[in-house]
Write a protein that binds this ligand. Sequence first.
Ligand code: NAD
Length: 526
Amino acid sequence: MISPRRGTTTTRPAALTDDLLESLVARVPGSSGATWKLTEVYTGELLVELPQSTQEDIERAFREARAAQRLWAQWPVKKRLEVFERAHTLLLDNALTTTDLIQAESGKNRRMAVEETCDPPMIISHYLKRAPKLLTPKKHGGPVPFLSSSTEVHVPKGVVGIIAPWNFPFATGLSDAIPALMAGNAVVVKPDNKTALSPLYGIRLLEEAGLPKGLFQVVCGEGPDVGPTLIDNADYVMFTGSTATGRVIGERAGRNLIGCCLELGGKNPMIVLDDVDAEEWVESATFGVFGNTGQICMHIERIYLPESRYDELRDVFVRRAANLRIGASYDFGPEIGSLVSPDHRDRVASHVEDAVAKGATVLTGGRARPDLGPAFFEPTVLEGVTQDMLAGKTETFGPVVGLYCYRTVDEAIKLANDTDYGLNASVWSGDIARAEAVAERIDSGNVNINDALATAYASKATPSGGVKNSGVGARHGDQGLLKYTDVKNVAVLKKQVLGARPGQDYDSYVKQMLSSLKLMRRLRVR
Ligand code: NAD
């Protein structure tokens, strides 16, 4: 039975004073005076009026960012990185205030909010180690051994535009900006209106750590209002959000001939093999489906169970889902929080209603919970979901999962791959080699073995992105920083030896050149 935990508190945390909230939004340009009512998700009460940026405000933000970037790019890399050494400490020292802000604006439970605050420090740690190597010019041999060389120099793109979603507002607002800044860029970020507070707070902490004022700008507004001006002024765009919006961003970036990275949606499958340890699996699977109230891009929406153990695994999973503590609270009681908004709750509900109308069965959950708050929806497990249902094909992005029975592993892989998305997948087995063989055959940017999603996402050294309709490019890894740079190839020829010597006939020049190439190959000289 799903019930709110006794003694939970929805009283707004003491740290979230009106002064704090108003001082955070004060840096958002909004010359027209228009504002957006940013509300506390648990109660629907107004938190603060968020200024909405006009086209002129956005253009001014870019001008200021560009001026600050010219100076920042001249700082030695070591000095730039010292800012992030200090920021790492400040972000962790203030993690609980950040947690309060994330919870208030997104409605997620406290565990998820705290974990979200850890992402930017993890990114900082990784790139503090890696950035000096990546940003040091690399000398390569040139076409003529000993007499020529070529040096790969990574120069910042300029001003990076970042468009972030509401589901991990602090992580997506800051973590993608950090490598861009380390590489010498300025950033203009557009958070979602609903969740602008936590990124604004994070940027304040970066500035306390010594990030020059003006380098990290924030503009706010509805996506279609702000997006075009932001993209038209940016030298690169980093977008995280839905596949539909990703197409709009990608088209505009393409017209402007600027690069972009698109981190989009998923319909992520989990394949459970017949030798799985049910107790170990069920905890991780429950988190993988219902963590962040199902609003994680990498969360699991389809679980494939082997016929030989279908009933046992289904029952274990449904029991755990039905016992999840759901509620509105700024303490660690609830395992599941709210959805982000009543609109989103309606979207999730529509997927469940559509599935039921077309013949699916609700094994647990399936209802909105207005008694808990305006946007709550129960953890929901469905059986009998088919491809003609919304929940069978398109991303629900809520606490809803379909269970499917498979007979052979080949069939499970075929079903898992039968989607336009390719963001994340999970494979479970008592035998890692067996699971790896399955992972190899899944079309997905990320595959977690014996975990649902966190291991891949937290592995910051490895690039993480989507394939098919789930994205273009990746974050993390070396490319997570290098994508924010242009490569300048500085080539040196010490003596004019290319081409025919004066008086040399063309036949002998060609002969000499071809035999030199053969000799160089034999000597392995480049
Ligand atoms: P969304 O695409 O509606 O919005 C994302 C951001 O884009 C918001 O800031 C929004 O204001 C802005 N936006 C909307 N329309 C725009 C336009 N025309 N031009 C410019 N900007 C525009 O997505 P959402 O509903 O906020 O977020 C949920 C989606 O994000 C899900 O599909 C989820 O899977 C995806 N997501 C993906 C990742 C990933 O890493 N792959 C991570 C988090 C979320």
